[in-house]
Design a protein around this ligand. Structure first.
Ligand code: PLP
Length: 387
């Protein structure tokens, strides 16, 4: 019986047609067993060429945590992108690709000491911080480095908030800048993160304003800052439309030029928006069951081996392989392959009924999927292929 991928109108509006068709071609080639992640190289290149272009005097440092697959990093390296890293593991992948240290920064405000020393040894000289302990660590392990302070900013409207763990208020930011100077470091600016998958464009207004106050107060105290690092946060289309990169950057660029003039060096750290919508996760149905009043559908990628963000607020859209005779749509509880009850990806997923062995495609699956994945219960981590 002929099977087709049943794509409804709302999902058709969200997925890039070429990315979808390239994924189908790759599936047809039968080269890999599911689960795997297909990254559309053309879309990735377009993202790399677009992000940051709307902000004057900007440099882009791809947040490696979003997808650290070596082929993805190699690809982005060839696009000329810089990289933001947090750990020794991320440093090792970039070192294997011989990426120049000037193209790497580290914005993890609390870093493992061995990593600071290794990064400094590699030649990296840009580190973020938000505590006096980190000033002392960096001055001892990466003496003379440039540092920028992580400011606390609103994350309202972000589907993956990042506000609680890091960031200081304005007065503390200024104190840390002055302390860094006393410790022989070179304080260059401020960073913030408006929260990942940020649908609220106004978060950047408050963040840029707060950063401006830190710049003013530092200048009054005799330290002139020159770098504004605006982190990541640009949203992608999962289950609905979102503000586009151009719209967001037009707003940010206006805010920055109004507040700082045209000479500010602006750093961006896109993760999700760089790789997320360039990727489609390809999985297969492993089973079905009726449990009480619920219909359960099991697939070979789940919370532990790729879709961890589904338990933290990210909802995905799905495309299932079905026959024309397939039963009408209904709500499914969608679960992953492990034996753990936490391995439930979503409830009330409205899909046509597939059979075990049929494929389920998860759109916008390129970011924070394989980077979070573990081999819990022996379930395979999806390979990443670029097509
Ligand atoms: C310091 C830092 N920079 C950049 C990013 C990337 O953010 P996003 O994926 O929302 O673009 C993150 C995400 O956690 C981060 O912690």
């Amino acid at each position: 019986m002929v099977k087709t991928f049943n794509i409804n109108d709302s999902v058709a509006k969200l997925v890039d047609k070429t990315t979808f068709l390239k994924t189908l071609n790759y599936i047809d080639s039968g080269q890999l067993k599911t689960p795997y992640l297909v990254i559309d190289g053309d879309k990735l290149a377009r993202n790399a060429a677009t992000i940051g272009k709307g902000i004057q005097n900007s440099k882009v440092f791809y947040a490696v945590k979003a997808n650290p697959a070596q082929n993805v990093l190699d690809f982005l390296n060839r696009q000329g992108t810089g990289f933001e890293i947090s750990s020794m593991g991320e440093l090792h992948v970039l070192a294997a690709l011989k990426i120049a240290p000037e193209r790497i920064i580290s914005s993890n405000p609390v870093k493992i000491p061995d990593f600071i020393a290794a990064a400094h040894n590699y030649g990296i000289r840009m580190f973020s911080l938000d505590s006096t302990a980190e000033v002392k660590k960096i001055s001892a392990l990466a003496p003379g480095s440039s540092v920028y302070v992580r400011l606390s900013v609103p994350n309202e409207g972000s589907e993956w908030p990042l506000s609680k763990k890091f960031g200081v208020e304005i007065e503390d930011a200024v104190s840390l800048i002055l302390m860094s100077k006393d410790y022989g470091l070179n304080p260059v600016g401020v960073t913030f993160h408006v929260g990942s998958q940020c649908n609220n464009v106004y978060n950047w207004n408050i963040a840029v304003d707060k950063a401006g106050l830190v710049f003013d107060m530092a200048a009054q105290a005799g330290v002139s800052l020159s770098v504004l690092n605006i982190g990541g946060g640009y949203p992608i289309k999962y289950t609905r439309d979102v503000p586009g990169v151009q719209v967001i950057e037009q707003n940010i660029n206006k805010l920055i030029t109004q507040r700082f003039g045209k000479t500010m060096e602006v750093h961006l750290e896109p993760g999700r928006s760089m790789v997320g919508d360039a990727g489609i996760m390809v999985s297969r149905v492993t089973g079905k069951a009726d449990r009480l009043n619920e219909k359960w559908l099991y697939i070979d990628v789940g919370v532990f081996n790729g879709l961890m963000e589904s338990i933290g607020g990210i909802k995905y859209s799905y495309i299932v392989e079905t026959t024309p005779q397939t039963a009408a749509k209904q709500n499914w509880v969608l679960a992953g392959p492990s034996c753990d009850s936490f391995d439930v990806i979503d409830k009330n997923v409205y899909l046509n009924e597939p059979e075990p062995g049929d494929m389920v495609l998860i759109i916008s699956g390129g970011a924070y999927t394989i980077s979070y994945a573990s081999e819990f219960n022996g379930c395979a981590i999806p390979h990443t292929v670029i097509v």
